[in-house]
Design a binder for this molecule. Sequence first.
Ligand SMILES: *Cc1c(COP(=O)(O)O)cnc(C)c1O
Length: 821
Amino acid sequence: MSNSIESIAKAIGARRTGTCETRIDWLLTDSRSLGFPEETLFFALKTKRNDGHKYIPELYERGVRNFVVADLPIDLERYADANFLQVRDPLKALQQLAREHRKQFQVPVIGVTGSNGKTIVKEWIYQLLSPDKVVTRSPRSYNSQIGVPLSVWLMNEQTQVGVFEAGISEMGEMESLRSIILPTIGILTNIGGAHQENFFSLQDKCMEKLSLFKDCDVLIYDADDELISSCVQRSLFSVREIAWSKVDTECPLFIEAIEKGVKHTTVKYRYLNLPSEYAIPFIDDASIENSLHCLAVALYLMIPPSKIAERMSRIEPIAMRLEVKEGKNDCILINDSYNSDLASLDIALDFMQRRSEGEGKKRTLILSDMLETGQSSRMLYRQVAELARNRGVNKLIGVGEEIRSAMNMFNAEKYFFQTTEKLQESTVLQRLRDEIILIKGARSFHFEDISDLLELKVHETILEVNLSALVDNLNYYRNKLKPGTKMVCMVKASAYGAGSYEVAKTLQDHRVDYLAVAVADEGSALRKAGITASILIMNPEMTAFKTMFDYKLEPEIYSFYILNALIRAAEKEGVTNFPIHIKINTGMNRLGFEPTEMPQLIERLKRQAAVIPRSVFSHLAGSDSAQFDSFTVRQISLFEQVSEELQAAFSHKILRHILNTAGIERYGHAQFDMVRLGLGLYGVDPFTNNMLRNVSTLKTTILQIRRVKKEDTVGYSRKGRLERDSRIAAIPIGYADGLDRHLGNGNAYCLVNGKKAPYVGNICMDVAMIDVTDIDCKEGDSVIIFGDDLPVTALSATLGTIPYEVLTSVSDRVKRVYYQD
Ligand SMILES: *Cc1c(COP(=O)(O)O)cnc(C)c1O
């Protein structure tokens, strides 16, 4: 396929408007990720929440000339030199295009699905096969109905093996992914309970996943997993199997022994009856299981066992994260230790560009040679240079022979070094000031040394915030909304402790309608940092009205006293039609106008022009508890009545809202025009106290370990008594960091290397002691206070409080570190 616009139009069955000829190299679905305007084809996708057609004028302005649309723009004559490919459904067209693209390649294509480990298996396959084979793989975890076609599109003439992930969230989605990937080799990693909401049963889920492999030549799976084995037997298609087993010697791949050492695991196996072995630098069960899937692929592709063993010994953990850290000299560091290839560079640059909006900081890229891309280096660095220019990189620091020899292609401020050591010896790093720095290097350049050098080191206790999980939670609740229902996201109290700016920025990028904070200062801080979304102030102080006018922060108004004061202040400043949000008391008895005050309120609002009601709302007192259901229903109906009364008095639309997180979950019929999402966004379901995707992880490190004799004690007041000779570790977190003192004396535990370590004795102001007698650990090891495997709700239950309190208690001196997975 030539990738000409004409051939693409044909492939997707589009009606073409426009005559300009271009070659398309890049497909785009998210207007914010534009890299190469001229060679880009934009798909205007319609989702429940958004419509890509909105972004056409902006993209055209930025140089895009090729669009796949459902509807032609009304002002078509404005786009004289553009091509519009009109189709019924642009998403289907994107998938169709990927399907046609895929058909041109006769190489082995590996499809990976399952509940966990997809991305790691995909990356390890890449590590095992490179550099003998040029492998094209999904960037990060692009595994959705949109991500899969974008991934498959990356296959080109050089590709010798494709590896693509497929992820589904609903039944019936796999078929479209199958027809795009057309895997010849299938891997089912495992089936767990994750994302199960829409699935009838685990078995259905397993059968759905297996349907990806309908026309595969070979299927790889864990034969010891009864569920998976029985589903494979039941499924109608018959493919060759490389089932691996630790018990069944009849299986093609029999695992004879798994021997765990301190840091390595040795796996002994027989493949088609020939014995062999390998070792990996991991000891956890998940990594071992992942390595077995990869082993099966490598054997099937006839990689010699000696080579497999050599590469297995060097496989590396997958850091799929873009980590944002505070750097020295007011710099912000974005660490991307992910493999250096063009697609991942594009994603990282895109992230840097978005992150720098409104910051006024220079954009700096530290980039190593890109290894094993299978592309000629001239072509490659020309593209890198173009990407850097399009993404507004101001300064480039290149490390390695190849990038150095391509230096003329870059026209930003630039520095080149042969090796990472030479860069460290220079003064270039010391001179970085007030910049956003993207650090991206192939492994062999060990760029972690550079980020170590640039990182601002303060306290060793950090709160890690997973912004991707936040977005997943947002979408989880969005999916519960009727089309058109707006959303307020609560970012009060530093976004429930997660840090308001990064969270607000992420939410703004995902186009939530309103952000809400408690006080005006929180709002003005967001504005100064560049947040442009609408902001609601829940507890407006009378002394801060001017700040609200200056920064367009919209206050909640709950009494005549504050309403009158606001109107006076607005009139004095010459402000008119300032949006306000009317709070009604329907039973919470905290803040709000009484229902009986409505006529008087309407009267007051009508007699002035300084402020205008933008919304009217109330708050539920017991939406997270079934015992209050009848009370909640009364609150909702009272609100309905009173808000109607207010609306009837005005001709403009006044948004109505009453639901918080638990309300969204439980009272879907009462969405009115908008809902207010709080705790759920941060990963806790307030009704069940179950976790959605965990967002915040509070972690620290072991400062010191000592042996303490049974008869001795630990900590203040000699409270920490021991039942045996023990190993006690000290960790740099105390009640001043938000570690509640009531957790001490064995009332709770933290996690060290995955194992429970109880708190011993009283928790101090800055330090706590934990018992690590039975845990293999050393000084410097990391300690989880709460996070994925130790939910914050476990701590709040121990403390007899609610997760809200534990999350918001993490004090300011604990550094927040943000990442995306
Ligand atoms: C905090 C708050 C919310 C959000 O509550 P969650 O239980 O966290 O969802 C909603 N509305 C108001 C008025 C709030 O103060």
